[in-house]
Design a protein around this ligand. Structure first.
Ligand code: SAM
Length: 252
């Protein structure tokens, strides 16, 4: 398993150049989370604060974030001057009971060891007063169809067997921890342009699964991607990406 602290330390300065949340995802989070002006919202595994910053821009909420990586948090602090960003583990959230009206988190759960994931959901329940928990992740189908899997098929097995939990399992943890009205929805993320910048992001291993495949598999995938770009010339190459939002509500 990847060591998140050292991996994210190594890519913190490059992360934002390649990974941003589009307006469609942030708007959906604001709507489903019923996030409004002045509301206290915690982003767990916030990284460089991309999601909470987009959510704050739309809603005017008060932004909080926790993450293991100081280097990722430093970027977040610069992005949201009046946000509160704290180094911490999602398995023991460093905030008091009932502190927040909404908790959000994107693409962090697969980095927590499997046995601890339900504990993370329990922690989210504890720090919520009443309101919703929203988790963004990938279903196993979405992993199979991802643009990264197309060029690097070796990551499919790694993501499914060693990292991601499928959506029904995440939903179960929410039910088990006391959340009600647990649901999941597919969201269309902004399309990805397959171009030189995409090639560069892949070369820089901005998604952590690329750091887990063998060097040979990585080189093979880069070659496939290079070939694809050469074949298509300057033609516009767009790839649709879908992700899944799992959410539930805490009522007192
Ligand atoms: C793929 S990044 C996602 C960052 C951000 N949520 C986003 O959507 O851009 C995963 C983040 O989760 C953090 N992380 C991983 N395990 C964690 C843990 N146990 N506690 C807190 N943060 C963690 C990493 O440091 C990293 O910043």
């Amino acid at each position: 398993m990847l060591n998140p602290a050292s991996y994210y330390r190594s890519i913190a300065s490059r992360y934002d150049a390649f990974r941003q949340w589009g307006n469609s995802v942030a708007s959906k989070v604001v709507k489903v989370g019923e996030i409004s002006y002045g509301m206290k919202v915690l982003d767990i595994g916030c990284g460089t604060g991309n999601l909470i910053s987009a959510v704050k821009n739309i809603s005017g909420c008060n932004a909080y974030g926790i993450d293991l990586s100081l280097e990722m948090l430093d970027v977040a602090k610069k992005k949201i001057a009046n946000g509160i960003f704290v180094k911490g583990n999602v398995g023991a959230i460093p905030f008091a009971n009932c502190s927040f009206s909404c908790v959000i988190g994107a693409f962090f759960l697969h980095l927590v060891s499997r046995g601890d994931r339900e504990i993370v959901v329990k922690e989210c329940y504890r720090v919520l007063s009443r309101g919703r928990l929203l988790i963004l992740s990938l279903s196993y189908k979405q992993i199979e169809k991802s643009i990264y899997s197309r060029f690097f098929p070796e990551i499919i097995g790694i993501e499914k067997n060693r990292r991601f939990s499928d959506i029904p399992e995440i939903e179960n943890w929410l039910w088990n921890c006391g959340f009600i009205q647990v649901k999941s929805e597919t969201i269309q993320d902004e399309p990805i342009k397959i171009d030189k910048q995409f090639f560069s992001s892949v070369k820089n291993k901005v998604i952590s699964s690329l750091a887990l495949i063998s060097p040979q598999a990585f080189v093979r995938g880069l070659r496939r991607l290079r070939g694809f770009l050469d074949e298509k010339g300057d033609e516009e190459r767009i790839c649709d990406q879908s992700i899944t939002l799992v959410y539930g509500e805490k009522q007192l």
